[in-house]
Design a protein around this ligand. Structure first.
Ligand SMILES: [Zn+2]
Length: 217
């Protein structure tokens, strides 16, 4: 159980070093669990994965890094959500390092309606370099509905289960989107194509909005 999770984490963070405190409990202020979906307008917390000098994430087929692809896509998701009247906050809006456990903590403190971490993928060591699929990860029932809605909108896309630092919140629905494989030539091309990226962003935003609307019914 732990080894695949460990390998997944190593792949996710694009490093041979497992991040410190990766299995630690989240620490945040405002401990009382709150009813979800109380904010109006809706508030979505977006987290472009990685960033900064040491946090590039995986290296894309064309040599560009995941941290850049994540930020570009997250900014497009932000724009798409804002066009629908959704308020958006982000863990970073430039190429800076944000400590892993700070990312979700801010969203909990507010609290936000949901937390969506945006990443691009790379195959685990020893796996086929031509691997390519989309996936949205959640850890608990709170996050699973949101993951399912985003995955439906991004189809073909799998809704999967993973205990990541940014998905294991018991307080607010939290998911991690692996939008594409940056190591795949076409995945990398698509990630850095402004039109294709905007269309992927629209689908992620639509999934978030569909989830929110289903909650209101
Ligand atoms: Zn990543």
């Amino acid at each position: 159980m732990f080894l695949p999770v460990l390998i997944a984490m190593m792949s996710l963070f694009g490093t041979n070093e497992v991040p410190e405190k990766v299995y630690a409990k989240l620490e945040y202020s405002g401990d009382a669990p709150h009813a979800i979906l109380k904010t109006m307008p809706p508030l979505v917390y977006l987290d472009p994965g990685h960033g900064g000098e040491k946090g590039h994430g995986c290296k894309g087929f064309d040599g560009r890094f995941e941290s850049e692809a994540n930020l570009l896509l997250a900014l497009d998701v932000k724009a798409a959500l804002e066009r629908q009247g959704v308020k958006v906050l982000m863990t970073r809006e430039s190429d800076v390092d944000v400590p892993l456990y700070e990312r979700a903590r801010h969203a909990h403190t507010l609290p936000a309606d949901c937390f969506v971490s945006i990443h691009h993928n790379a195959p685990a060591p020893g796996k086929d370099v031509m691997t390519r699929y989309r996936a949205v990860y959640s850890w608990n029932d709170l996050g699973k509905e949101l993951a399912d809605r985003i995955a439906d909108s991004l189809a073909p896309c799998q809704s999967l289960h993973a205990n990541f630092a940014v998905t294991r919140s018991n307080e607010i629905p939290s998911v991690l989107v692996e939008a594409d494989f940056l190591t795949h030539p076409e995945g990398c091309r698509d990630a850095f194509d402004p039109q294709i990226r905007a269309s992927v962003a629209e689908k992620i935003a639509s999934g978030i909005i569909a989830w929110r609307q289903a909650k209101e019914e």
